[in-house]
Design a protein around this ligand. Structure first.
Ligand SMILES: Nc1ncnc2c1ncn2[C@@H]1O[C@H](COP(=O)(O)OP(=O)(O)O)[C@@H](O)[C@H]1O
Ligand SMILES: [Mg+2]
Length: 217
């Protein structure tokens, strides 16, 4: 089983949005689940609105429980676990980073958000795990904003940047309220293309097996 931790010390960066969209996209071709470590339990609420089905969302209330939850998921045959983490919760985010194979850091390409990456960058460095910032909820067509943001992220904080950007799209709002994802809400939409592209890239980083898909097909 491969594990992704979605981390950012900033609230509203897009952690839960990224977690549910990536895990559900992954669930189309492998067994994936979300581990919700945020006391606000947004991913768990999303699962309730969804009314069941994949990906399963499992609660984890304390950092000391996380390794056991991951081990259990692997034992039950999961291919991918996506850990959604809380903001301002160092111990939980650190434990998630320690146990993950890959860290994704959603970040709005805006000055205050970029400045707030510092705390997350330190957490990421100390984990020594592969980590990428995913620009999220910025303007769809403003290449200069992403260029400037990339120079701050790469230059000041030494973080890598995922090649796929998730701009601000209404599909993320509409889908979340219905316990769905952007691709489920509108499979032909731009947000759907972006999530598919992000998952394809993420999967390459992880080398997630497609054996399950072949067995299930
Ligand atoms: N790319 C996006 N486009 C539009 N809305 C977004 C996008 N990403 C996140 N949002 C919205 O921003 C808010 C915060 O996102 P959320 O994923 O809950 O952040 P976090 O988990 O980091 O606190 C939510 O209302 C979500 O629907
Ligand atoms: Mg959240």
């Amino acid at each position: 089983m491969q594990t992704i931790a979605i981390v950012s010390q900033k609230g509203g960066a897009g952690k839960t949005t990224l977690a549910v969209n990536l895990a559900a996209e992954a669930a189309r071709s492998c067994v994936s689940l979300i581990i919700d470590t945020d006391p606000q339990a947004t991913a768990s609420r999303w699962a309730q609105w969804r009314g069941g089905g994949d990906p399963e969302v499992v609660d984890c209330g304390a950092p000391s429980l996380l390794a056991g939850k991951l081990a259990k998921a692997a034992e039950l045959g999961a291919d991918l676990a996506v850990i959604d983490t809380p903001p301002h919760a160092d111990a939980m985010a650190r434990q998630a980073a320690r146990l993950a194979d890959l860290l994704l850091i959603p970040c709005r390409p805006r000055a205050f958000d970029l400045a707030a990456i510092e705390a997350t960058a330190e957490l990421v460095r100390s984990s020594r795990k592969p980590a990428f910032v995913v620009f999220n909820a910025g303007p769809p067509r403003a290449p200069h904003i992403y260029r400037e943001a990339a120079s701050v992220i790469g230059g000041e904080f030494g973080l890598q940047i995922a090649p796929v950007v998730l701009p601000e799209r209404a599909a993320f709002h509409h889908s979340a309220a219905a316990g769905r994802t952007a691709p489920e809400h509108d499979a032909q939409g731009k947000a759907a293309d972006e999530i598919r592209a992000l998952w394809a890239w993420t999967r390459e980083q992880l080398g997630v097996s497609t054996v399950t898909q072949a067995v299930m097909a």
